[in-house]
Write a protein that binds this ligand. Structure first.
Ligand code: SF4
Length: 293
């Protein structure tokens, strides 16, 4: 059984406290329901505190988790549209789940398609590595070096991946200038340059194809893997892909891409002596890439 409170329907005797401290009022209401259940000698329940306010949801669930030993159900009530509600839920529930708080979750979106709520819930759990289910798609943020229509391609890949259950990671890199090392952890990926593109797997080229065949070839490789649980590497194709990639990298060796700048900064930070530890108690600015002013 689920018991609990919603910020819109607190018991009347807590309204004064709610005006003073909404978080304390929510926690008090939930604690009162828990006490009632215990007086009835019934302990097979979980507790939820729901609010449309993300900070209040986080604070009240943290307080409640410290006060009661029962499982907690998390949700941001009336979170909003698919876009804004997903973000609010990810921030609120993600923060609590990352703290180890929460046993079940519900995403509440303004949509007639309830499956969208389930998809968002899974994405939150997958992002925190709390559950593995279905593919994970990663994609570069794009920049001026973008070599193909990422928006369309990523959207199509995301849609097609919904049909798969294997927990594979698929990467889409907007250009091959950085090589494919950035996505070396991905089970499969694509990148492109000058009307051509590369399908790669776990940091190694699989095959070079015309750019308009990238997505189909990617899914052909994924399908082979799903069926056989092994990556099908054809040596000649892989070697041709590696040569193509080496040529693209050589042609763009001097370019300062976002990834290369980040790598240079990381190398400079690692070489700096002594390393400045990040410690809020000592200084809120020392060691940060961007200082707080
Ligand atoms: S340089 Fe990086 S961010 Fe820019 S398109 Fe290439 S992979 Fe994407």
């Amino acid at each position: 059984m689920r018991i609990g409170v919603n910020s819109g329907s607190l018991p009347r005797h807590l309204h004064a406290l709610e005006r003073e401290s909404p978080v304390e009022a929510l926690v008090s209401a939930a604690a009162e329901f828990v006490a009632l259940m215990e007086r009835l000698d019934f302990e097979d329940f979980k507790v939820s505190i729901k609010s449309t306010n993300v900070p209040n949801t986080i604070a009240s669930n943290r307080l409640l988790a410290a006060r009661i030993p029962y499982p907690l159900h998390l949700g941001i009530t009336e979170a909003g549209t698919k876009w804004s509600g997903s973000l609010k839920s990810a921030v609120g529930l993600g923060t609590l789940l990352a703290d180890g708080i929460g046993d079940t979750i519900r995403i509440s979106l303004s949509t007639f398609h309830a499956e969208e709520e389930v998809k968002v819930a899974w994405e939150i759990l997958k992002a925190l590595h709390l559950r593995e289910r279905g593919p994970v798609l990663i994609a570069c943020p794009t920049c001026g070096r973008l070599q193909f229509d990422m928006d369309t391609v990523v959207t199509e890949i995301e849609r097609r991946l919904e049909a798969y259950e294997d927990p594979i990671e698929v990467a889409v890199l907007g250009c091959a200038v950085n090589g494919i090392g950035e996505a070396a952890h991905a089970d499969f990926g694509i990148t492109g340059a000058k009307n051509e593109g590369l399908v790669f797997s776990r940091g190694k080229p699989l095959r070079k194809v015309p750019q308009d065949q990238l997505v189909e070839t990617l899914f052909a490789e994924i399908d082979k893997y799903v069926a056989s649980k092994r990556i099908d590497v054809k040596d000649a194709d892989a070697a041709e892909g590696a040569r193509w990639l080496a040529r693209i990298e050589a042609e763009n060796a001097g370019e300062l891409t976002p990834e290369r700048i980040a790598a240079m900064e990381a190398a400079a930070a690692a070489a700096a002596e002594p390393a400045v530890p990040l410690d809020e108690a000592v200084s809120p600015v020392a060691g940060r890439r961007f200082t707080r002013t």
